[in-house]
Ligand binder design. Structure first.
Ligand code: MRU
Length: 354
């Protein structure tokens, strides 16, 4: 496939593509400067792409890993039609190690593994694995549309909203979680202004959220991360709307670093906080947010910018890339199965039981 053809037709909704037996990812590291696709040929290349942020965003990581398992199944069966079910496990482990915080990665891999366990030990698994990966992808888009409806129903007219990081089509199978709510509310004429935090150090807000919203002709105003509280103080901001990488059983929310301080500032200013996330982001095995593994990435991401050192030589650096917002700072968790207001353990359990 000529990759430039994919680039020419690219939209944020088509960042993860399986076509005619080949797997392609829109390279989110170089957006919006360049719209480039790369082809992945193995599970280890897929794991590396997740680790290197070619693809990022919790649901998108899960979907990508599921397609990575298709590549793994294909390779395992080709190398030994009798032993593919055991040889594939090493690739599953490699994918599991790609990033630690977004539980959607483990959710998708566990789902693929359950399928593997039920398949015939000697038949080519490729088609069954592919159908499951496509289902995971399609279900995510449907969940986003539903969350878009449910979240938009909470938003008053003439609303100002702040979003953080990129929780859009690029971060999911399409449409987006937080940006799905914003898209839907904007379509209903409810939104006056969308503010996007630039989101240091990867600039997901400035590069990706702004690109996506402008593609959809939704005007966006960028804020330096540190400007959000000051913007709230000016008035006219009704909601902070974000996605999540993992929600613990008590409703504590892990999301991109800076979400916690945004929620603290929102509480102080009477701004409501909405978290839009599919139920695949909920991890009932963890009692509270303190148990969520928080990824700490290379200090170079802070010391350098655009390949040039910007920090003083010799400065120490700590680069956690997610934080945990306590449930008491969250007004609503919007999922495809319904909305949980003022989340706690009992309400989260009820959501998943209904
Ligand atoms: O480091 P990233 O870009 O993968 O972080 C992504 C986020 O924090 C998103 O807000 C989250 O995954 C929700 S995406 C629908």
């Amino acid at each position: 496939m000529d990759l430039s053809k994919l680039s020419a037709q690219a939209t944020a909704d088509d960042a993860i593509i399986w076509r005619e037996g080949h797997f392609y990812l829109l390279d989110q590291r170089v957006l919006p400067d360049r719209v480039d696709f790369i082809e992945l040929n193995s599970a280890s290349e897929t794991a590396q792409a997740i680790h290197d942020m070619v693809v990022r965003g919790a649901p998108a990581i899960g979907i990508t890993a599921a397609y990575g398992v298709v590549l793994a199944g294909q390779a395992a069966y080709q190398s030994s039609a009798q032993r593919w079910q055991s040889t594939i496990r090493a690739d599953l482990d490699t994918l599991r190690l790609s990033r630690p915080t977004a539980v959607n990665l483990f959710w998708a891999l566990n789902r693929m593994e359950r399928l593997i366990d039920g398949l015939s030990a000697t038949e080519d698994p490729t088609e069954s694995l592919l159908q499951e990966a496509i289902l995971i992808h399609d279900e995510d888009v449907r969940a986003n549309r539903k969350m878009g409806e449910l979240g938009a129903a909470l938003i008053e007219s003439n609303a100002g909203v702040i979003t953080h990081c990129n929780a859009g089509a690029l971060a999911t199978g399409g449409y987006g979680t937080a940006l799905g709510v914003i898209r839907s509310a904007h379509g209903k004429g409810l939104i006056r202004e969308v503010f996007a935090d630039e989101t240091r150090p990867w600039l997901q807000g400035a590069r990706l959220t702004a690109w996506e919203l402008l593609q959809d002709e939704i005007p966006v105003t960028l804020l330096a991360d540190g400007a959000a509280a000051h913007r709230m103080a000016q008035g006219g901001v009704n909601w902070v709307i974000v996605g999540s990488d993992r929600i613990a059983a008590n409703g504590d929310v892990a999301n991109k670093i800076g979400t916690y301080s945004l929620a603290v500032a929102a509480k102080y200013h009477g701004v409501k906080v909405m978290v839009a996330a599919p139920t695949s982001t909920i991890d009932m095995s963890l009692a509270s947010g303190g148990e969520i593994p928080i990824e700490v990435r290379s200090g170079d991401e802070l010391l350098f910018c655009g390949g040039r050192q910007i920090a003083a030589q010799g400065a120490g650096v700590w680069n956690p890339v997610f934080d945990v917002t306590p449930a008491e700072l969250v007004d609503a968790i919007v999922t495809e199965r319904g909305v949980v207001f003022s989340p706690n353990k009992k309400k989260m359990q009820k959501l998943l039981m209904d």
